[in-house]
Design a protein around this ligand. Structure first.
Ligand code: HEC
Length: 690
């Protein structure tokens, strides 16, 4: 008997050994398709092609999680947001940081092995609506694939970070495009899209040959000028749903985040973004659904031919992207096994669709939403509220442009049958911009935004839940996708929290206050927590080396909300923290930031000039800088020193802080303009508490 056990354990050891010998070199389609057979590794952005971010590893579990301690940490010496999901194979971790940097790290010791810097021009930073972030890499047959902020798709040698090939995905295209998303490899092709719809671009995504970098096919998500013909037949159909001269503004529909793959059906699924400009009145003045904005697209992986589409928000006008993480699962619904695709996009409805046919199975609100009463399951269309389209008057709409859920990863645990969504309750007041002038390098939303949560709602009192009035908060939500109901939720004081990891029967998430927390997947009880002193936005992940399980979380506050807000005393440099049971790692110590005080000297400029300065501030500066709240990763200008105020021209026009990511505005602003902006900042400071 003993012998049999010995032989059995030897066999187990050997099979473990086999999965351990996996390396980037031998990762191929079959391994990626069966990524769940390699639980000790994390081979692709969402863990597997279904992107459910669920790990079956169970060495860290409810019984011992209280002994989860730091194993190692690594300071990445960066300042801006970290949204990356690390990949791990063969004991090596690969992740990305701000400005599209790549790091290779010994996943057991935390030793940095190599870094790669694509040297993105710092002047490209101003084209990034939502911070100079990057969400991660893909790996395949010895290569790592990186989408760089400036639009390059780069294949690196995974063993040393050397460039194998590099393609500019934006050849022949104009506009403020950026790449922040993680490439995916399906069927030997690398898939990548881009962002930029805030500025005015035309959305598309492409499939490149993973080996050679040659463009295989490309799908434009919105039609261009019909006079120039259509790149593919789907666009002819789409053009019937647009009016006016949308192509002058790009149209939008950027695919900046989600790509999943059903390898059996050879179908890829892509989420598309908002309209450009946001306000449909401007981009398509005669109305129309504006395909394929805010849609889930299913395409043949070989040809790029559209099999079906589902538009979550026809005639999108609230920045309701549908690029939020897509997830595949097999669910028992009404006694039938359904192959589904699920999404919790910005618009606040949780969608379950048959992923083979595109049939809408269910769509229910997962957060408070007042732009639509419901989604009609017969027609598949939302039933909009009468005030939703804010034509001439400001109206408070839930959710706002941060979305009921944004890019932060969700997870699905097949044991609990629940989807875990890093959601938020938050509104915005939308109004039509009184004058709209298209400026290619600036935000062109055509929408006047006033932070919401004021309770103002155009008199439609009944639709506004009184509990929500005047309140914004985050919530980790456990959602039953079969019954379309919330099972539990955990309320968070702040709206910008991290993506989630499902591991065994626990859910891990980080929050804006730097707490890294484990919850019971079934009832939401808090099981464990550590404070890491800097807000967390990237999702945690887990892996195993030599029989020990690790949980890793890259910490680096930022993103579109983090640029101008923070909820910790200071923001420390980007750092990876990795935990294991009884880890003995030492927490890093960071220099204490100098205490800043608000500037107090006055300005002698006239009120007219100050107001003009305020208008310019809102067009050119407010996308990154906040005034009055202490700022986020980008400083609050009312706290600058006198020296900084003395050198405004140098900073704003001559680009002396360009290496720090502060753009130069010499092509757009004059010295006189800068004086007015400075006066506005000083005036604002004088109206605030010291
Ligand atoms: C794309 C984002 C972005 C935009 C738009 C932007 N800035 Fe900045 N700004 C930055 C960054 C990044 C820094 C450097 C932060 C640091 O110190 O690391 C900075 C720094 C500054 C500083 C120095 C602050 C200090 O106390 O050190 C001033 C002044 C400034 N910006 C003014 C402006 C003005 C005026 C505008 C509009 C005309 C503007 N910025 C627009 C990103 C931006």
């Amino acid at each position: 008997m003993k012998n049999i056990i010995f032989i059995l354990s030897l066999f187990l050891l050997v099979s473990c050994e086999q999965s351990f010998s996996l390396s980037v070199q031998n990762i191929n389609d079959e391994i990626l398709e069966n990524a769940n057979d390699y639980q000790g590794d994390w081979l692709t952005y969402g863990k597997n092609y279904s992107e459910n971010r669920h790990s079956e590893l169970n060495l860290i579990n409810k019984e011992n999680v209280e002994d989860l301690e730091l194993a190692w940490s690594l300071n990445l010496n960066t300042k801006r947001g970290i949204e990356s999901t690390p990949l791990v194979v063969n004991g090596i971790m690969y992740l990305t940081g701000p400005w599209s940097l790549v790091y290779s790290v010994d996943a057991k010791s935390g030793e940095l092995l190599w870094t790669y810097n694509p040297n993105v021009s710092k002047s490209h930073g101003e084209m990034a609506c939502c911070d100079v972030v990057n969400r991660g890499l893909a790996m395949y047959k010895g290569k790592l694939y990186l989408g760089a902020l400036d639009g390059r798709l780069i294949a690196l040698n995974a063993s040393n970070g050397q460039v194998i090939w590099e393609k500019n995905t934006l050849v022949g295209l104009e506009g403020s495009y950026t790449i922040t998303g993680a490439p995916r490899v399906f069927d030997g092709k690398v898939f990548i899209g881009n962002g930029g719809a805030e500025y005015g671009v035309r959305g598309f995504f492409s499939a490149y040959n993973a080996e050679t970098g040659e463009l295989d096919w490309r799908f434009y998500t919105v039609p261009g000028n019909p006079e120039n013909g259509f790149e593919h037949p789907e666009l002819e159909e789409a053009a019937k749903t647009w009016t006016g001269e949308w192509w002058k503004y790009g149209g939008g529909g950027t695919a900046w985040d989600s790509f999943v793959y059903d390898a059996k059906e050879k179908l890829i699924y892509v989420g598309t973004g908002n309209g450009s400009p946001w306000n449909r009145e401007i981009r398509s003045p005669g109305g129309g659904d504006n395909l394929y904005l805010s849609s889930i697209l299913a395409l043949d992986v070989k040809t790029g031919q559209l099999k079906w589409h589902y538009q979550t928000t026809p005639g999108e006008t609230w920045d309701y992207t549908a690029v939020q993480p897509l997830m595949l699962a097999d669910l028992q619904i009404k006694g039938k096994n359904r192959k589904v695709i699920m999404q919790a996009p910005k618009n606040g409805f949780f969608y379950v669709l048959d992923r083979l046919t595109g049939e809408l199975i269910s769509a229910e609100k997962f957060v408070y939403a007042n732009w639509a009463e419901k989604v009609d399951l017969e027609t598949g269309r939302p039933v909009e509220t009468s005030f939703a389209r804010h034509i001439n008057e400001n109206v408070e709409i839930y959710p706002g442009p941060f979305g009921g859920h944004n890019w932060q990863a969700m997870a699905y645990n097949p044991n609990s049958g629940l989807v875990y969504i890093p959601a938020r309750e938050m509104s915005m007041q939308y109004g039509k911009e009184s004058t709209f002038e298209f400026e290619p390098k600036q935000w062109n939303t055509g929408t006047e935004l006033v932070p919401g949560a004021s309770g103002k709602n155009n008199g439609n009192e009944i639709l506004l839940d009184s509990i929500l009035k005047g309140e914004s908060y985050g919530k980790l939500l456990a959602w039953d996708p079969v019954k379309s109901v919330e099972v539990w939720s955990h309320k968070q004081d702040n709206v910008w929290n991290s993506g989630v990891l499902s591991v065994n029967n626990m859910i891990f998430q980080g929050d804006a206050e730097g707490n890294f927390v484990a919850f019971d997947a079934f009832n939401g009880d808090q099981l464990w927590s550590k404070n890491l002193n800097t807000g967390i936005i990237a999702p945690p992940m887990t892996y195993m080396i030599e029989g020990e399980q690790y949980i890793s979380i890259p910490v680096g506050w930022g993103g579109v909300y983090g640029n101008g807000n923070k909820h910790t005393e200071q923001i420390n440099p980007g750092t990876i923290y990795t935990f294991k049971i009884n880890g003995q790692g030492k927490y890093p110590e960071f220099e204490k930031a100098l205490k800043k005080s608000r500037i107090t000297f006055n300005t002698s400029m006239s009120m007219d000039d100050i107001l003009h300065g305020g208008q310019m501030f809102s067009i050119y500066c407010s996308q990154c800088h906040n005034l009055g709240n202490g700022g986020g990763t980008i400083p609050d200008l009312t706290y600058s020193t006198e020296t900084v105020f003395d050198m405004y021209d140098n900073i704003v026009l001559k680009g002396v802080f360009l290496p720090k990511g502060m753009p130069s505005f010499k092509d757009r602003l004059s010295e006189k303009d800068v004086e007015k902006i400075k006066a506005y900042v000083l005036h604002t400071a004088s109206t605030l508490e010291p």
